[in-house]
Design a binder for this molecule. Structure first.
Ligand code: G3P
Length: 496
């Protein structure tokens, strides 16, 4: 039996999962790591801690599965995207923190670049918005704030990477400096049509090209791990950003198929086929995967606060003791009684892209209680997703027939029902919710030929539950109109 190791390096935890060739989970390990919030709007990780927790998980998952590294056909990586790491080639030591995708420290710089007219160029070439979410302005910040870094970068002494590059560098004992087109397409530096790093954007964003990794296929062997790391040399055969990997794990192989992952944020990706589809409604056009004869692009809607809203109810407000409790609390009232929560805690992502919007609770009365706020929180997750689907529709994307869902909060039945009600489209939850890791295993397994192709993988996908929309058009329109008014009022709140 062939085994595959999936490394799922997420925003709040590192996970490793061992799968067998039937796609069955044989061993799972997970470790949370420290989130650093040094200033309002800043979010950092320690790159070393990312690496250490990820390697510990890999060894633990293998031990739990009773699988030796030598029995692995390949390993695949799914990673939190955009998070930016700068390191020294000679020592492999990170310089400065990993600046996390949620970090907004470059909001003013993005505004300055927009004022220079760069937003249009960025959109046309990369399919992205000129927003602090993406890597390039974070990398420029590191180069500007770490003494000597810019000169050393120009001299070729330093390397930049998103988390996939950082992990592969260390897995390979410093021999491989690579990334896949999906991760590259989140940096603001990758030309989507030509499939190369873009010299004009590197110059405009002040990024020395010597820093950039080589772009290799998402599916296919790019090298081997150093035997000292896992105990044997293992082919590294799959690399994907976690949302791309989840789309793959959800078997969204045909154009028009879409998934939404309810993790820290929410990320809705629709497969648009072999060509990028430019968005006119501020969605992102991005690479899905490439390799072994497969090539897919996606339209993406990225929401910064998804499951994290529930964490805030737990840790910030103390309304619940565990995230799972939110469902019962929200279900204890029939509706939010007019309470609306706009969770713009770190600004608003797609389709608004407003770094200065801030979280706001509307409609409080003396009758409002914790349950109404909990219900409004779930509705906010669902309503943000509805805005994305609207933007996709306006972009002329294929009409959504059903929405495949995954991620921690997809286990919440009430949220899934609210989602179906507000979308007016069935929401379908797969049997295996481990879709991100599964996607990484699928990329790697296809890369070494454990599986024959996507038809074989699509046949393995099974629904666990289907949530049918159950709300009249008038009620849906009223809730959506109220939400639109609330969003409008949060815009620009924190601007100077
Ligand atoms: O773009 C950010 C995304 O990749 C983070 O995903 O699952 O770590 O919240 P997650």
């Amino acid at each position: 039996m062939a085994y595959l190791l999936a490394l799922d390096q997420g925003t709040t935890s590192s996970r490793a999962v061992v799968f067998d060739a039937d796609g069955k989970v044989c061993g799972v390990a997970q470790r949370e790591f420290t989130q650093h919030y040094p200033r309002p709007g800043w979010v950092e990780h320690d790159a070393r801690e990312i690496l250490d927790t990820q390697l510990l998980c890999a060894r633990e998952a293998l031990a739990l599965a009773g699988v030796a590294a030598g029995q692995l056909a390949a390993l695949g990586i799914a990673n939190q995207r955009e998070t930016t790491i700068l390191w020294e080639r000679a020592s492999g030591r990170a310089l400065g923190p990993a600046i996390v995708w949620q970090d907004r420290r470059t909001a003013a710089e993005c505004e300055r670049l927009r004022a220079e007219g760069l937003a249009e160029v960025v959109r046309a070439k990369t399919g992205l918005e000129l927003d602090p979410y993406f890597s390039a302005t974070k990398l420029a910040w590191l180069l500007d704030h770490i003494p000597g870094a810019r000169l050393r970068a120009e001299a070729g002494e330093l390397a930049f990477g998103t988390v996939d590059s950082w992990l592969v560098w260390h897995l390979s004992g410093g021999r491989l400096h690579v990334t896949d087109p999906g991760n590259a397409s989140r940096t603001l530096l990758y030309n989507l049509r030509d499939g190369v790093w873009d010299a004009e954007l590197c110059a405009a964003l002040r990024i020395p090209p010597a820093l950039l990794p080589r772009v290799v296929d998402s599916i296919g062997v790019c090298g081997e791990s150093d035997p000292a790391v896992l105990g044997a040399a293992v082919p590294i055969a799959g690399i994907g950003g976690d949302q791309q990997a989840a789309t793959f794990g959800q078997a969204c192989f045909a154009p028009g198929m879409a998934k939404n992952t309810y993790g820290t944020g929410c990320f809705l990706l629709m497969n648009t086929g072999e060509r990028p589809v430019p968005s006119r409604h501020r969605l992102l056009s991005t690479v899905g995967w490439r390799g072994r004869g497969l090539s897919a692009y996606a339209l993406e809607g990225s929401i910064f606060m998804g499951g994290a809203i529930v964490q805030w109810l737990r840790d910030g407000l103390g309304l619940i003791r565990s995230s799972a409790e939110v469902e019962a609390l929200a279900a204890s009232v029939p509706d939010s009684a007019g309470v609306v929560l706009v969770p713009a805690f770190t600004g608003l992502g797609a389709p608004w892209w407003d770094s200065w919007a801030r979280g706001t609770l509307f409609g409080l009365t003396r009758g409002s209680g914790a349950a109404h706020i909990a219900r409004a929180a779930l509705e906010a997750i669902a309503l943000q997703t509805v805005d994305l689907v609207d933007a996709m529709r306006a972009d002329g994307a294929a009409e959504l027939v059903e929405l495949r869902v995954d991620g921690g909060a997809a286990a919440n039945d009430l949220l899934m029902q609210i989602q179906a009600d507000l979308l007016g489209v069935p929401v379908v939850r797969p049997r295996l919710l481990e879709t991100t890791a599964l996607g990484a295993a699928y990329l790697a397994g296809l890369g070494v030929g454990v599986w024959s192709g996507t038809d074989e993988l699509a046949a393995r996908w099974h629904a666990e539950r289907r949530f049918e929309p159950n709300l009249g058009d008038a009620a849906r329109s009223a809730l959506r109109a109220r939400w639109a008014r609330a969003v409008e009022r949060t815009r620009g709140w924190a601007a100077e």
